[in-house]
Ligand binder design. Structure first.
Ligand SMILES: Cc1ncc(COP(=O)(O)O)c(C=O)c1O
Length: 358
């Protein structure tokens, strides 16, 4: 079976060497040395000043909302994974959906100002498929209206915009290190934020809000990364550039062989150093998507509807927001198989099967 993705597993002996260290120290969690080493290496690798590691990429969205004290209405994108919206609802915020740009598939900054009310406190936008939101325009709108900006950067590991980390924009960016991601720690996530005066909050919130037995600062929760997860990250990190290079070769192959007179795809913004986290393609109709999926499945190939559904149409909202562009794209969008160990011949086979089914 060729799945949409396959988790990369590093050399097992390198992982075992970390296990021996863990066994020797008998320090398995609670901000252990491997977590601290990983955080420090990630800061250097990504070119960010402040980064904290957590247990997953959803809890970091919630932590960002908590630390930045976001309440009431939050302007957000309908074209993302459901975790983006869930985090807002979980935090008792009201998601206000603003449609996406038909080229980049990221939130359309032109539409943001009209959605701002006196209750709006923040903008939460996703760098879709590792593409960059219009960070300059969003930053300017946020400044004008005194709003916070959180970027869901789950897809954005290692992406650079205008020569520097895309994560350096906004009041916080959140990463996912889930096993399906370009860089993973099995489960995991991180927050990047320029607000160093909030470092104690970022640090303590994931560990019940206290340090030691006597210093209780805030209401925290358990969002800690374990040593076993950090060990996986430390094995992955030296490999990640090579893995991204392999993804690029396969992605270029799809670009060259898929019939783009009949398909479409997002336009990645210029001056972007990409990470090729996904290979998104958009069919002419939902019916065509279904036909292609059925054909691929006959050959044991499983793409994924990503992102679907458009989040403004989720069944648990009383009021319906109209986001026609997001709804139109999400009904027809698919992520095709893309992972470093995928054979180029398989990409060619997938292209041929798709082109013949269009
Ligand atoms: C855009 C986006 N946000 C958030 C998440 C949630 O991350 P995690 O699975 O690490 O909780 C994902 C996961 O796929 C995602 O794609």
């Amino acid at each position: 079976m060729i799945n949409v993705t396959k988790t990369y597993l590093p050399d097992i002996d390198t992982y075992k060497a970390h296990l021996e260290g863990i066994w020797h120290r008998a320090w398995l969690t609670n901000n252990g040395p491997l977590v601290q080493e990983l955080e420090q290496k990630l800061r250097a690798h990504l070119g960010v000043e402040q980064l904290y590691a957590y247990s997953n990429g959803t809890i970091v969205l919630q932590f960002a909302l908590k630390v930045l004290n976001i309440t009431d209405e939050v302007i957000t994108t309908p074209f993302s994974y459901v975790a983006t919206t869930n985090a807002l609802i979980w935090h008792n915020c009201k998601p206000v959906f603003v449609d996406i740009d038909p080229e980049t598939y990221c939130i359309d900054p032109e539409l943001i100002e009209a959605a701002i009310t006196e209750k709006t406190t923040a903008i939460m936008a996703t760098h879709v498929y590792g593409n960059a939101c219009d960070v300059e325009r969003i930053g300017a709108i946020a400044k004008k209206h005194n709003l916070k900006v959180i970027y869901d950067a789950a897809h954005t590991f290692g992406v650079k915009y205008k020569g520097e980390s895309l994560l350096n924009h906004g009041d916080a960016s959140t990463l996912s290190f889930h096993a399906t991601k370009v860089f993973h720690t099995v489960e995991g996530g991180a927050i990047v934020s320029p607000h160093t005066h909030l470092s104690e909050e970022f640090e303590l919130l994931r560990a019940f809000g206290h340090r030691g037995d006597e210093y209780y600062k805030m209401v925290g929760i358990n969002g800690k990364m374990s040593e076993f997860h950090a060990a996986m990250g430390l094995c992955m990190l030296p490999k990640v550039d090579e893995l991204i290079a392999k993804r690029k070769i396969l992605s270029d192959l799809y670009d060259a062989h898929l019939d783009y007179s009949k398909l479409s795809k997002p336009t990645f913004v210029s001056d972007l150093e990409r990470n090729y986290a996904y290979y998104p393609t958009v069919f002419e109709s939902e019916a065509q998507l279904r036909t292609v999926f059925a054909k691929l499945l006959e050959h044991q190939i499983q793409p994924r509807r990503y992102f679907y559904p458009s989040l403004n149409t989720l069944p648990f909202f009383d009021t319906k927001h109209d986001c026609p562009i997001s709804e139109r794209i999400s009904a027809r969008a698919a992520a095709l198989p893309l992972y470093p160990e995928l054979e180029p011949e398989s990409v060619l086979q997938i292209c041929e099967l798709i082109n013949n089914a269009l």
